[in-house]
Design a protein. Structure first.
Length: 303
């Protein structure tokens, strides 16, 4: 490589890094803080009645539930709390802790204790379904029920893992999170949305989602860590499902191309004889956007 090419490459890298940093610093303006913090978790609080806790999936935040149209109808009947899980949105992800589903469930319990909330219905979407399951297993007396939406419950191959894990690799990941990974993530964002919303089109209102908030270093690390641990965590967790002592409602899109319902949701329903299964015909992974009424139906069954 000639000297001029090296200089050009260095200038391009510096420019890309500066661009990423500017966009990441501006991101919180697109996603202002909601109600407050409890046990270090940023949360939104709406409504009155039986408590319902909403937990978002991989790479997301509270705003996803707001855009889906689930928060508003739920808050007309229930006391709704939506949380940014550790590392997402405005919630920190302290180092020195392996943020497994159980660790996140324990942190959530601390947050709910601070808020004076007992026996909630826990709604977990996608990756957070494992957090909901861990919560129900750890705190059965403090759980009214679990709504598991589009969850991953059994070990199956994940083609996306090689793309999502690198930002969590020590040293290398730190460099990637501030340079290449946010740019690559933004480039692939439309492809990712098309996959998880399919077969329905990506809703126009989702353009309001604070994309660069999700592409900051902390969320990218969280995504990488959670993607890396998903398979081993699931292998361990599946042995515990039969010990669940709380009511469970399972919601899944029949056309989910990201996490196949028949391999996960239907199989879990079979493993939990007392569970309720609500298949949403024609919906994909973002079932709470495609059919928020189906999620509301599940909440109503458990409340």
């Amino acid at each position: 490589m000639t000297r001029n090419l090296r200089l050009a490459a260095a200038a391009a890298a510096a420019g890309a890094t500066l661009f990423v940093q500017v966009r990441q610093r501006r991101a919180p303006r697109d996603y202002p803080m909601r109600s407050g913090f409890a046990a270090g978790l940023h949360y939104l609080e709406r409504g009155f009645g039986v408590p319902v806790v909403l937990l978002h999936g991989l790479g997301s935040m509270i705003q996803d539930f707001e855009l889906s149209g689930l928060v508003e109808p739920a808050s007309r009947r229930y006391h709704v709390f939506a949380f940014d899980r550790p590392g997402y949105g405005h919630s920190a992800r302290p180092r020195g802790t392996l943020w497994t589903p159980l660790a996140q469930a324990r942190l959530l319990r601390s947050a709910l204790d601070q808020l004076g909330i007992a026996r909630p219905v826990i709604v977990g979407h996608s990756w957070a379904s494992q957090v909901a399951l861990a919560y129900g297993l750890e705190y059965p007396e403090q759980t009214r029920g679990l709504v598991l939406a589009s969850g991953y419950y059994y070990p199956t191959a994940r083609a996306d893992a090689p793309f999502l894990v690198p930002p969590a690799i020590p040293l290398l990941g730190a460099v990637l999170r501030h340079t290449l990974s946010p740019l690559l993530g933004r480039l692939l964002w439309p492809v990712w949305l098309k996959l998880i919303f399919s077969p329905m089109p990506v809703p126009g209102y989702f353009s309001r989602f604070a994309t660069w908030m999700a592409l900051r270093p902390e969320p990218l690390r969280a995504v990488g860590e959670e993607s890396a641990m998903l398979l081993p965590v699931t292998i361990r967790m599946q042995r515990e499902y039969s010990k669940l002592k709380v009511p469970v409602a399972i919601v899944a899109g029949t056309h989910d191309r990201f996490v196949l319902a028949r391999r996960h949701s239907q199989r879990l329903h079979t493993a939990l004889p007392g569970s309720t299964y609500i298949p949403v015909v024609g919906a994909g992974h973002m079932v709470h956007h495609a059919a928020p009424d189906a999620v509301m139906q599940a909440i109503n069954l458990l409340s």
